[in-house]
Design a protein around this ligand. Structure first.
Ligand code: GCV
Length: 725
């Protein structure tokens, strides 16, 4: 227990996940704070499972059997024997060696792996975070150029379990596809009167802030950092992009709190970033203006940023939501977003910091009668003309879809429109529009699809754009990154719904390697979290989790807004059905259903022209209702209810069928889970059951409201005569 909080669930790194490492004899041959973290992880595991740890600095000679120059980095001697046989030069024999490529006097197996690596690519090619993994002569070897690579390599060995200690393995080199893999927390220090402490948070309060200040439970923050490091996340923002008055002061007089969090995140290789308010020079600095081209304003940002780096030398940079949903921005001063971003970038540049400038800029006070304004167009219209004008340390952060994290959207055309700008793609792990962690909705398949999308249809993917890779896979010089809104809070299960942990896990893994198969990623998470092999029925446990989770995104889609039209959620909360809830509001999220048909005409020929923001082939594919993929039809076209889809069904029959099927599938998920009795911990089981009950209720409500709405609008009965109200 921590204070009055129940103990946190260990998530995917319980002690048992470290059994294979902890029961072995391990050498860590590296120095620096991250190497210390590696050593501490191994030492803890060795204590639990009877193995041993030797930790020596990279520049130190190997220990001799009769002398003891080993240290374990945690101040405690490792458990178990210190050797299980003699190795080269009389040194103890290790099962696992984690060493820097520059280390002296490596054990023979590690030297063999290093020689092979040198022959293949040359040392120094592993980079800041990469690692090589091989197994030679019965020894598993992880080599890295930098300690961060060893940390990632250790967690890879943990993921592999016994496989890492099996047959001789060819050397694998692992690199993150993109250098920056960031989570944004939409956490407030003070609970917001409408949004609460965590905006769009469904997992309790903030893990960073409590009672108007820094959380006293920094141990929990450390445990979070560990979880994030294990999946490769290396940057975090600690406050909401809607920066309210108290949180704005994190930049100045409350900077100490940010520094305290950075201290805790740093040993796991995670850099701290801050969301800042564009108006800060006025609100915090007392200046008469926040005009980004004003000399006084520029000096204020430069001076303030200098102080940030004095407190946090490895500070990552700023995230800015400007001219968006009421947040101030450069438009207020007649300036462009490039002007605004570049002023903050200039302040960060001397210290190597970056500005993540969000492209989520649109008119949220639209007149619903005005059919010419299309929210989907907004980000492109605002930002594409600015391509090439952003400073080198500005990263434009673009939501993956043109509207707002809907269950189904096309990929944002901005991603293909700014070759001279660093772009980060923003995903939403918190399930604002995908069931709010009351519904099981495994988002790995959605993100995989987005990251693998080819905007030009030529093999170059969204992930490649974010990674700054060109058509020939060579570096473009415009590396951005992958960012996601976190789903974590101070809930004992971290994410409210215990199965929503898998989304956080999948984000990290796919950000590291977008080519991973989301089902395989889920399998990793299942292994690490539930250790099926240690249960009475591993097959049933694994199969049930896959059955409940694998297709849960498509299931969620099937009982909510149809065919890419989006929203239809209750205004404000965004939970549960309300078909016309947003139809006559200023938010620009309409479906235009009438008695004849539904959908938004975004074609060039007759609609808003949004399809013209895509390059070929998509501009053409989306332009015609005939070639538009079914799942996006209503995003791009207004069609009659009798329009026949590629599936052969009419639109209205598709709506009826998917909604009946979706609710039925949730009922099956619920009964499958009930069959797990006794195979998972009782508290977790109870939480999942409670959530599945709610998901089942809510899916029926969606089914009935959507089907009834379209039956009443269209007057067309269900071909199968099922009950519609
Ligand atoms: C943090 C959506 C959400 C808002 C969120 C916004 C954003 O509109 O509903 O809560 O604000 O996106 O991404 O900035």
């Amino acid at each position: 227990m921590t204070g009055d909080q129940p103990a946190a669930h260990p998530a995917w790194l319980p002690d048992k996940a470290f059994r294979t490492v902890g029961s072995r004899h391990v050498l860590v041959c590296a120095d620096g704070p991250l190497a210390q973290t590696v050593a501490q992880e191994v030492a803890h595991a060795a204590e639990q499972h009877g193995g041993s740890l030797h930790h020596r600095p990279a520049g130190q000679a190997a220990p001799h059997p009769d002398g003891d120059n080993a240290e374990d980095g945690s101040g405690t001697e490792a458990h178990g024997g210190t050797s299980n046989g003699s190795g080269a030069a009389g040194e103890p024999r290790f099962d696992l060696v984690l060493a820097l490529t520059g280390a002296d006097d490596l054990p023979e197996a590690a030297a063999m792996v290093l020689a092979e690596l040198d022959w293949r690519s040359g040392r120094g090619m592993l980079g800041a975070e990469g690692f090589a993994l091989g197994r030679r002569d019965g020894v598993t070897v992880v080599l890295a150029d930098e300690p961060a690579g060893l940390l990632h390599g250790l967690f890879q060995v943990v993921r592999l379990g016994e496989t890492a200690f099996g047959a001789t393995q060819p050397i694998e080199v692992h690199h993150p596809v993109t250098a920056r893999r960031m989570l944004n927390h939409w956490d407030n220090i003070d609970a917001h009167p409408v949004m609460g402490q965590v905006e769009r948070g469904y997992s309790g309060g903030s893990i960073f802030w409590r009672d108007g200040g820094l959380t006293p439970d920094l141990g929990r923050v450390r445990a979070y950092a560990r979880l994030l490091a294990s999946i490769g996340v290396n940057a975090v923002t600690v406050n909401n992009v809607n920066v309210h008055a108290t949180e704005a002061r994190l930049l100045t007089d409350r900077l100490g709190d940010v520094a305290a969090l950075a201290e805790v995140l740093r040993p796991y290789g995670i850099r701290t970033h801050l969301s800042v308010n564009f108006n800060s020079p006025v609100a915090l600095g007392g200046l008469p203006t926040a005009d980004p081209l004003d000399d006084g304003v520029r000096a204020w940002w430069a001076d303030t940023t200098r102080q940030v780096y004095a407190a946090i030398p490895d500070f990552g940079g700023y995230v800015v939501k400007a001219d968006s949903e009421g947040q101030p921005g450069p438009f207020g001063y007649g300036r462009t977003h490039a002007d605004g971003a570049n002023t903050l970038a200039a302040a960060l540049e001397p210290f190597g910091g970056v500005v993540h400038w969000r492209a989520f800029v649109y008119n949220h006070t639209q007149d619903w009668r005005d059919r010419s304004t299309d929210r989907a167009r907004a980000a492109y219209d605002h930002f594409a003309p600015l391509d090439g004008q952003f400073a080198g340390n500005v990263i434009l952060q673009v939501k993956y879809g043109p509207i707002d994290f809907q269950t189904r959207e096309p990929v944002s055309p901005v991603i293909a429109a700014m070759p001279g700008t660093r772009l980060a793609v923003e995903l939403q792990v918190t399930q604002e529009y995908t069931g709010q962690q009351r519904h099981v909705c495994y988002l790995g398949p959605l993100w995989h699809e987005v990251l693998a999308f080819e905007p030009w249809g030529d093999g170059r993917t969204v992930a490649a754009v974010a990674a700054g890779r060109g058509a020939d896979n060579g570096p473009t010089g415009f590396e951005g990154g992958l960012v996601a809104v976190s789903n974590v809070g101070d809930d004992p299960f971290w994410t409210g719904h215990p199965l929503a942990q898998a989304n956080l896990y999948a984000f990290g893994r796919l950000a590291w390697n977008p080519h991973l198969d989301p089902a395989a990623v889920l399998d990793e998470w299942i292994d690490l979290t539930f250790a099926p092999a240690a249960t009475a029925d591993p097959g049933l446990l694994r199969q049930t989790l896959h059955e409940v989770m694998d297709g849960s995104w498509q299931t969620y889609e099937s009982y909510t807004a149809p065919l890419g039209v989006g929203f239809m959620v209750r205004p404000g909360s965004h939970y549960g059905p309300d078909v016309d809830g947003y139809e006559y509001t200023p938010w620009g999220t309409y479906h235009f259903a009438d008695r004849d048909g539904i959908g938004v005409d975004r074609s060039r020929a007759t609609g808003t022209g949004f399809t013209g923001q895509y390059p070929q082939p998509w501009a053409q594919v989306y332009e015609s209702a005939d070639s538009c993929p079914d799942e996006l039809l209503l995003f791009f076209h207004h069609v009659p209810y009798t329009h026949v889809l590629h599936s052969g069904k009419t639109v209205v029959q598709h709506i009826y069928d998917t909604h009946f099927e979706g609710a039925d599938r949730v009922a099956r998920m619920r009964s499958r889970w009930a069959g797990l009795a006794g195979l998972v911990a009782p508290d977790l089981d109870a939480r999942v059951r409670e959530r599945l009950d709610e998901q089942s209720r809510c899916a029926q409500e969606w089914r009935d409201q959507i089907n009834t709405y379209f039956y009443r609008k269209s007057g067309i009965p269900d071909a199968h005569g099922r009950r519609i109200h």
